[in-house]
Design a protein around this ligand. Structure first.
Ligand SMILES: Nc1ncnc2c1ncn2[C@@H]1O[C@H](COP(=O)(O)OP(=O)(O)OP(=O)(O)O)[C@@H](O)[C@H]1O
Ligand SMILES: Nc1ccn([C@H]2C[C@H](O)[C@@H](COP(=O)(O)O)O2)c(=O)n1
Length: 267
């Protein structure tokens, strides 16, 4: 267990001795689910409503993918990818109003908040995220961030965090106080994403979106389990809910769990 969370400075790849466990004295909410289910937008809004931190773990996979591409590392060489990722300190901002991600490159902090959303990063992130040593590395860094938000919250914030990503409920924070699988029917997820990315949900836009997110989910599902709820994970299906209704449904799960006294069992 690390005694001094280092989440506000650059977050270097931890050594095995530095492996941390997540403390459970503060509120930890873990949210996973397929692409376009609303993990990041709903989790952000839920974190803001609860007054706690927000962690987008996908942004971390995206940031190290940016770094690997930038360095020209051969993506088919898993060892080289993992070795390079280990050299890249990340700086993750967990304010739900303005989450950020940056990497330290040659001693200088490079803000990647926008860069991680480019098509190039999106097209390559699954390959990087599939490298087991990269996953081990980032899982440890994510646990450090979660722990930091619990034991040393930013001024004005409550201790705790809403953390989202495809392996949060099962691997990163299986002991979280509240674990939610956020899902929606594929056609609804595609329409929302097409609307978001292209400003339209017409048939051509949907076809382009389908190629992007269905294929990414197919590849990602080889390394992470995010389509079915693990034991103790509550499913929130937003197919028939609007955005605010989905946030309210997640907050309702949190409230019922907290009232019921914490982890384990079904809501
Ligand atoms: N219940 C909802 N009703 C309407 N729109 C929603 C709802 N939930 C999410 N959205 C919208 O759907 C889009 C996709 O959501 P978001 O990016 O949060 O998904 P995600 O699960 O994080 O996806 P990915 O894993 O691909 O990053 C966003 O435009 C978001 O505002
Ligand atoms: N906990 C996580 C989070 C993300 N990934 C991978 C899989 C995704 O394709 C990619 C980007 O995530 P997104 O920003 O779209 O949520 O990162 C993962 O493997 N585990």
């Amino acid at each position: 267990m690390s005694s001094t969370p280092a989440a506000r400075g650059p977050l270097a790849s931890p050594t095995a001795e530095q492996e941390v466990s997540v403390v459970s004295t503060a509120l930890v909410v873990a949210v996973d689910g397929p692409s376009g289910s609303g993990k990041s937008s709903v989790s952000r809004a839920a974190a803001a409503a609860l007054g706690v931190a927000f962690l987008d773990t996908g942004a971390m996979y995206r940031a190290v993918t940016w770094a690997v591409l930038e360095a020209g590392v051969d993506l088919s060489d898993a060892e080289a990818v993992a070795a390079h990722v280990r050299t890249v300190p990340l700086v993750v901002g967990t304010d739900p109003q303005a989450p950020t991600v940056a990497a330290v490159v040659e001693g200088a902090e490079v803000d990647l908040t926008e860069a991680v959303r480019t098509a190039r990063v999106t097209a390559n992130v699954s390959a990087v995220a599939a490298v087991p040593a990269v996953r081990q590395d980032l899982v440890l860094r994510q646990r450090t961030l979660i722990e930091a938000a619990c034991v040393a919250p930013e001024p004005g914030r409550e201790p705790g965090i809403v953390a989202e990503g495809r392996d949060i409920t099962t691997v990163v924070a299986p002991d979280a106080d509240v674990r939610v699988l956020l899902t929606a029917e594929e056609s609804v997820r595609l329409a929302r994403r097409a609307q978001q990315d292209l400003g339209t949900a017409d048939s051509e836009a949907l076809a382009a979106t389908r190629r992007g997110i269905v294929e990414r989910d197919r590849v990602d599902s080889r390394t992470t389990a995010f389509t079915t709820a693990a034991d103790g994970v509550v499913t929130v299906d937003s197919t028939a809910l609007d955005f605010d209704g989905t946030v309210a449904a997640v907050l309702d799960v949190v409230e019922r769990r907290v009232r019921a006294g914490g982890t384990g069992g079904r809501a």
